[in-house]
Design a protein. Structure first.
Ligand SMILES: N[C@@H](CCC(=O)N[C@@H](CS)C(=O)NCC(=O)O)C(=O)O
Length: 123
């Protein structure tokens, strides 16, 4: 039963990912120098995520639309990044955005809050 629930969850997650890829449209276009600055700023951000999580898909979609090359780290069972997320952020919940700014690190949970933050900074 547990495996069936997991299978259905992964199938639904895969479907959401597929629909997202097909419908997400185009990326934000910026002048080259501006995009280079954005790419540089994105180096201080890391997204901890699951591939088939709808909240993560929504967050990745916003990142794609804003043309943000943010590193993604899988927090799935067995991944070393799962422990990193637990140790740094305090809980294994995704999506979580790790923000490193002037030597300070913030772990932002909740897709809505993450998207609001990215839009306020990069839209
Ligand atoms: N309100 C949160 C919900 C996030 C959430 O429920 N994430 C699930 C995955 S879809 C999670 O991390 N669950 C913990 C786990 O599966 O270990 C958001 O919008 O980001």
């Amino acid at each position: 039963m547990k495996y069936l629930v997991k299978l259905i969850r992964n199938l639904l997650g895969g479907l959401i990912v597929l629909v997202d890829v097909v419908t997400r449209g185009s990326k934000k276009k910026r002048p080259e120098a501006e995009q280079l600055a954005v790419n540089e700023a994105a180096k201080d951000l890391t997204l901890y995520q699951f591939t088939a999580c709808p909240f993560c898909t929504k967050t990745r979609r916003a990142m794609y639309k804003l043309n943000l090359p943010i590193e993604k780290r899988s927090a799935s069972e067995g991944s070393p990044y799962r422990e990193e997320l637990q140790a740094g952020g305090g809980q294994v919940k995704v999506p979580c955005l790790r923000i490193s700014e002037n030597g300070n690190v913030q772990w932002m949970y909740d897709s809505k809050e993450i998207i609001r933050y990215l839009e306020s900074r990069f839209a």
